[in-house]
Design a protein around this ligand. Structure first.
Ligand SMILES: [Zn+2]
Ligand SMILES: [Zn+2]
Length: 217
């Protein structure tokens, strides 16, 4: 599995191109800005883009999607609970001081527990609401390799904010504790912003959400 992750846009959203090298099929996760930079990287690898996936509907994660769709007429996928956030791109752009991008064309809804296949890539959708109602994480597997894209739910040593549209701090903690901390300790994590981490590292040291105490009492 080839993973090319790099920050895009003024807020430094981690965009990722994930490819199955045996078929050259790839997906783009969270193209939040800098469409030219993303297109150049796809061209350099000569990947075929199969879909654009979004961890949630915030402008810094969807800002370049419509531009990419002009080059690759593929579906862009979002959890339906974040559709209302995508419908307020102009409000969002004023809030963060960015130019409002064109609205992406959405394909099928992302559904919790669904497994999407692109060549040899298997993407499991994990609904992790809290940062936004439709926030999801993607666990991508190719053979024995696997990696998690946690969006703005879980960061290296941090968690996402829950004071934006539809945010819910209790739901955010539950999503991390019950869904993400239940994944493999050695699972690599690429968050929506900042550096990489692993599930085990966050369970050990994340000061904001502690794992459920094991054992009796
Ligand atoms: Zn966000
Ligand atoms: Zn973000």
């Amino acid at each position: 599995m080839l993973v090319d992750a790099f920050p895009v846009g003024p807020l430094g959203c981690n965009c990722a191109i994930v490819a199955d090298p045996s078929t050259n099929k790839s997906i783009v996760i969270d193209p939040g800005g800098d469409a030219r930079k993303i297109l150049d990287r796809i061209a350099r690898h000569s990947f075929q883009v199969e879909a654009i996936l979004h961890t949630h509907g915030h402008i810094d994660h969807v800002g370049a999607t419509a531009d990419l769709q002009k080059h690759f007429p593929v579906d862009s996928l979002l959890h339906p609970d974040d559709r209302f956030i995508l419908d307020m791109l102009v409000v969002q752009s004023t809030f963060v001081g960015m130019r409002a991008p064109e609205r992406p064309k959405l394909g099928a809804d992302l559904v919790d527990h669904a497994v999407l296949r692109f060549g040899g890539l298997e993407v499991t959708v994990i609904h992790t609401p809290g940062h936004s109602p439709g926030s999801v994480s993607f666990r991508v597997q190719h053979g024995t390799e696997r990696i998690l894209f946690s969006g703005d739910t879980l960061f290296q040593g941090g968690i996402g904010r829950s004071d934006l549209w539809g945010g819910d701090s209790a739901a955010l903690s539950r999503s991390i504790r019950d869904r993400l901390y239940a994944l493999e300790d050695d699972l690599q994590v690429i968050p929506g912003h900042g550096g990489r981490t692993t599930i085990g590292e966050e369970k050990r040291s994340n000061p904001f959400v502690r794992p459920r105490a094991s054992g009796a009492i």
